[in-house]
Design a protein around this ligand. Structure first.
Ligand code: 5GP
Length: 112
């Protein structure tokens, strides 16, 4: 499978890992848009939110829970942070494997 995140999960491509368990991995974004920019990625290859089944709901919820734990560890919980799923072309999605962006560590700009 030609997916950069699958290769990162398999350890074929290096990454700056901040969390890993049996279901998810969290890595620093290679091209950060904020002082803190972390990607939380399910190990299961699901192309996008559009491709989720109902059975994936708990796994995708776990991405949010994992992000909140990382935010807590990084001291972002009280000041705030942003969680973003890009879906498809108009949102600028470039890697076709669901991932949750955690952005923070600074005052964030407008959404669009
Ligand atoms: P998207 O626009 O698809 O929601 O975001 C994909 C993100 O993955 C981008 O922010 C991009 O910088 C990041 N990215 C792409 N390739 C790599 C990589 O090889 N390693 C890491 N750590 N991040 C990557």
């Amino acid at each position: 499978m030609d997916c950069i995140f699958d290769k990162i999960i398999a350890g074929e491509i290096p990454s700056d890992k901040v969390y890993e368990d049996g279901e998810v991995i969290a890595i620093k974004d290679i091209n950060p848009s904020a002082l803190v920019h972390i990607l939380i990625i399910p190990k299961k290859h699901i192309e996008s939110v559009n491709h989720m089944d109902e059975a994936d709901s708990a796994l995708i919820g776990k991405l949010i829970y994992t992000a909140s734990n990382i935010a807590k560890k990084k001291g972002l919980s009280s000041k705030g942070y942003r969680l973003v799923f890009n879906i498809g072309e108009d949102a600028g999605m470039v890697v076709n494997h669901i991932h949750l962006h955690l952005l923070g560590g600074q005052k964030l700009g407008a959404m669009v």
